[in-house]
Design a protein around this ligand. Structure first.
Ligand SMILES: *[C@@H]1O[C@H](CO)[C@@H](O)[C@H](O)[C@H]1NC(C)=O
Ligand SMILES: [Cu+2]
Length: 160
């Protein structure tokens, strides 16, 4: 019967919506942006990055830029060579976090990286990680899902 398809669609939308809506854009460095003289490990420390979130690098080019590097390049402040990995230079670069794991970014201008213009983050899967750090997020989600279940139940009752 046709209304079953409708109920399924509503269920999907209602259940999946918070996953999409809760994706966050993080402006790297907050009001300081992507610059020298900013402690990016302190900035990243209390944040939880998930697949679907994005980093936004805001800076002036020249001199600044953004190279995505690996752990070796991060530690040694060495940018990738070759044209296959060009830097980001727009001054307002949004990088969507598509996969879990460690991500490293440096500025390759002069000694900027060595003086601290470098960022390492760990991206987690979309599913909320274990408490306590994600406890609040978990409560919001479970609260929403109770609400979602009620809405779906109502539709089922109407459709029956
Ligand atoms: C890290 O990146 C550099 C520069 O792109 C590359 O030469 C090196 O092989 C990479 N190291 C690893 C472990 O992937
Ligand atoms: Cu720089």
């Amino acid at each position: 019967m046709a209304s079953n398809k409708f109920v399924t669609l509503v269920t999907l939308v209602v259940v999946l919506l918070p996953t999409i809506a809760m994706a966050t854009d993080y402006v790297v460095g907050g009001d300081s942006g992507w610059n020298t003289g900013v402690d990016y490990s302190a900035w990243a420390k209390d944040k939880m990055f998930h697949v679907g979130d994005a980093l936004v690098f805001k800076y002036t080019n020249p001199p600044h830029n953004v190279f995505k590097v690996n752990g070796t390049g991060f530690n040694a402040c060495v940018k990738p060579t070759g044209n296959d990995q060009p830097p980001l230079t727009s001054g307002n670069d949004r990088i969507e976090l598509k996969t879990p794991g460690n991500k490293w970014y440096i500025c390759a201008a002069a000694d900027h990286c060595k003086s601290g213009q470098k960022l390492v983050i760990t991206v987690m899967d979309t599913a909320p990680a274990s408490p306590p750090s994600s406890a609040v997020r978990g409560i919001i989600i479970s609260g929403y899902q109770v609400f979602a279940a009620a809405v779906v139940g109502l539709f089922l009752a109407i459709a029956a």
